[in-house]
Design a protein around this ligand. Structure first.
Ligand SMILES: [Ca+2]
Length: 271
């Protein structure tokens, strides 16, 4: 979800259903990372596992600028006491370095780097669709400043075109493909989003939802492309893009005036 150029292309790709049930996820013995988000209500995500990224200047070119400031300290990301992490994007102004931003939210990234290939599985749900909210569950290959050379895999992101149609995406130097989940899903209900990938010249990424394989894509990145897991809810950017009368995508709408959008995560694990 880092930049939007490829996402627009991906949004136009038709989904194809393929009801092939894949084997169960990796055995627990193979996990290199796991968080079930057990803890008392109000606790922050474990600092041993997650880094809370802060700051306000997110997004690519000026037209893609996101609207939120990411906070830490439990303001926008905390456990609910029922085994879940809840990230909330709010219509709430904050001023940083003399600039006022209209929204706060949170973005956490795993401290564990998943090695050269592996898998990630996240069980999550979101609150109902609100214009401007851009919840996402994704991986970002390192070093990320070289994006997209080391790859990005969006297990799920939602927000493009002002609709409530979550999508999966792959981003490399040579592939920006993606699509809505086949048959449509209700993302306000619990779903298990999964991607499993290999790296190197023949690398591929396989996306699944609820244990059902949906797509395999080329994922050609350097063999050594360690990746972080990222969970966040952005505001603006791709989630407020609207097509202009001239066909370009630089026209924007305002997010919902009372935006209060959540990404709730039951667990995140990797192997
Ligand atoms: Ca849990």
């Amino acid at each position: 979800m880092r930049f939007t150029t490829f996402l627009r292309t991906a949004a136009a790709v038709a989904a194809t259903a393929a009801s092939v049930v894949v084997p169960a996820s990796a055995a627990q013995a193979d996990w290199v990372f796991n968080d079930d988000f057990t803890g008392v209500a109000g606790a922050q995500p474990a600092a041993a596992r997650w880094t809370q990224q802060t700051g306000c200047q997110w997004g690519g070119r000026p037209a893609d600028k996101e609207r939120q400031c990411y906070t830490d300290g439990g303001h926008n990301a905390k456990l609910d006491g029922n085994g879940n992490l809840v990230i909330t994007a709010r219509d709430e102004s904050t001023t940083v370095d003399g600039v006022t931003y209209d929204y706060t939210s949170a973005r956490v990234e795993s401290n564990t780097l998943i090695g050269s290939g592996g898998g990630v599985e996240v069980r999550a749900r979101m609150s109902g669709f609100e214009v401007g909210a851009w919840p996402a569950i994704w991986t970002l290959g390192q070093p990320e400043d070289a994006w997209p050379q080391y790859g990005e895999l969006d297990l799920m992101e939602n927000g493009g075109g002002g609709s409530w149609v979550p999508q999966w995406h792959v981003h490399t130097a040579t592939n920006g493909n993606g699509a809505a989940f086949p048959g449509g899903i209700d993302p306000s209900q619990w779903h298990i989003y999964e991607v499993e990938w290999t790296t190197g010249p023949g690398g591929t990424a396989k996306f699944s939802i609820d244990g059902v394989f949906i797509a395999e894509e080329p994922f050609v990145v350097p063999a050594n492309s360690p990746a972080k897991i990222i969970l966040n809810v952005a505001v603006g950017g791709w989630a407020t893009d609207r097509q202009c009368p001239d066909g370009s995508w630089d026209c924007k709408v305002e997010p919902d005036a009372d935006l209060n959008s959540t990404l709730t995560v039951d667990y995140a694990r990797a192997w």
